[in-house]
Design a binder for this molecule. Structure first.
Ligand SMILES: Nc1ncnc2c1ncn2[C@@H]1O[C@H](COP(=O)(O)OP(=O)(O)O)[C@@H](O)[C@H]1O
Ligand SMILES: N[C@@H](CCC(=O)OP(=O)(O)O)C(=O)O
Length: 368
């Protein structure tokens, strides 16, 4: 067995994500029999001592039939109305289903804003930790009814990858209606299953497509991006069919396993790189790009050529190269109003009370 599969089989804490296409059918809504089978697999794993956080899609799909809506709506307001109805049905079905195993569920609804704001992030971390310590199974979804276009995750694969880091998971299991990653969209005919992904070269050149069910959102594109985010931060990932949940959560001999990168980023650096929204942008000259990216140095005023946006000391900002490409993110130590007078100055020219790094190396995360 590969290292990733061994790690997933031994994981003490796992985030399991299940997609709409595996739980709901257009027209019929929530498929309780399929949900029960998934819950049985999770309960078996919990019985062996593992802790599971379940990220479940399906609210919009489950809300269509009760509202007499045929297909998945395109406009945000109707999606939100469907999610409002469907989330209640989903939560109820999980409470009933886990109840068959004497397990209690707790509902956690998150927006991407909760990942951006550090206080929200910490608070969510505490809630998960208490729920798990109390023996409950947290059931997570995006808080669809309040999420506006700007603050939406939009796809739960990304939410699951961020949640895996937030709860300190040892593994992420993505369950869908497809049983593995293939070298092309399986709907297009003959394709080969990719059992192990150990690096970028394993996925170079494969063709990934969007959702086939009309219920899911991101298709394989968002699953690959989520797998890369989690694996890149030290969490092994298994992609498998929800119908194979028992085996995916058992000996892990199915699906596609993504090997974890060796070093797990600290929660803070992960948050900076992946989750934080930015308040503005600093434009860097070539020398500064080399210093902060190549030599992991702090960013000094001398290497800044421009400042965009309004921000305060302590906010997260983008760092862009001379071509305008964002190459890093960091916590800025000055208000945007202070910086124009300082940019381009050498340290000895900066007034003594302002003589500090603009972004300290410890607060700076390269994005490549
Ligand atoms: N290279 C690929 N390998 C596997 N599946 C793919 C690939 N490209 C596209 N897909 C499609 O992605 C779909 C899964 O995405 P989606 O419907 O969004 O699932 P979910 O609702 O579980 O998030 C599959 O049904 C499959 O048709
Ligand atoms: N929050 C939405 C799910 C959005 C989503 O990412 O769906 P999917 O691609 O099926 O995982 C819902 O519950 O319907």
């Amino acid at each position: 067995m590969s290292d990733a599969r061994t790690a997933i089989a031994a994981a003490g804490r796992i985030v399991v994500k299940v997609g709409s296409s595996a739980l709901t059918t257009a027209g019929d809504g929530l498929d309780v029999a399929r949900l029960d089978r998934l819950v049985d697999a999770i309960a078996s794993r919990v019985a062996t001592g593992s802790q599971i956080v379940l990220v479940s899609s399906g609210a919009i799909g489950a809300g269509l039939a009760p509202l007499a809506l045929g297909a998945r709506p395109r406009d945000l307001a109707t999606q939100q109305a469907a999610a409002s109805v469907g989330q209640l049905a989903l939560a109820h079905a999980y409470a009933e289903s886990f109840g068959r195993h004497a397990l209690t569920v707790g509902q956690v609804l998150l927006t991407s804003d909760d990942m951006v704001r550090r206080a929200h992030y910490r608070n969510a971390q505490r809630t998960f930790s208490r729920l798990l310590a109390l023996g409950a199974v947290p059931v997570v979804n995006e808080n669809d009814t309040v999420a506006t276009e700007e603050i939406r995750f939009g796809d739960n694969d990304r939410l699951a990858a961020l949640a895996a880091h937030l709860v300190g998971a040892d593994a992420l299991v993505l369950l869908s209606d497809v049983d593995a990653l293939y070298d092309g969209d399986p709907r297009d005919g003959a394709t080969r299953r990719i059992a192990e992904v150990t690096g970028q070269s394993d996925v170079d050149g494969i063709s990934v497509g969007m959702s086939s069910s009309g219920l899911g959102t991101g298709g394989m594109v968002s699953k690959l991006a989520a797998a890369r985010t989690a694996a890149g931060s030290g969490i092994p990932v298994l992609l498998a069919a929800a119908a194979d949940a028992a085996r995916a959560l058992g000996p892990a001999d199915v699906g596609t396993a993504f090997a974890a990168a060796p070093a797990r980023l600290s929660a803070r650096r992960f948050w900076l790189g992946h989750a934080a929204g930015t308040a503005g942008r600093l434009r860097l000259d070539e020398g500064a790009v080399t210093a902060v990216m190549g030599r992991r140095r702090s960013l000094l005023a001398a290497g800044i050529t421009g400042v965009d946006g309004e921000f305060h000391a302590g906010d997260v900002v983008d760092l862009a190269d001379p071509a305008g490409t964002v190459v890093a993110r960091g916590v800025v130590a000055f208000d945007s109003a202070e910086l124009p007078a300082l940019i381009g100055l050498s340290s000895h020219e900066v007034p003594a009370e302002q003589r500090r790094e603009v972004v300290h190396a410890d607060d700076l995360v390269p994005l490549h």
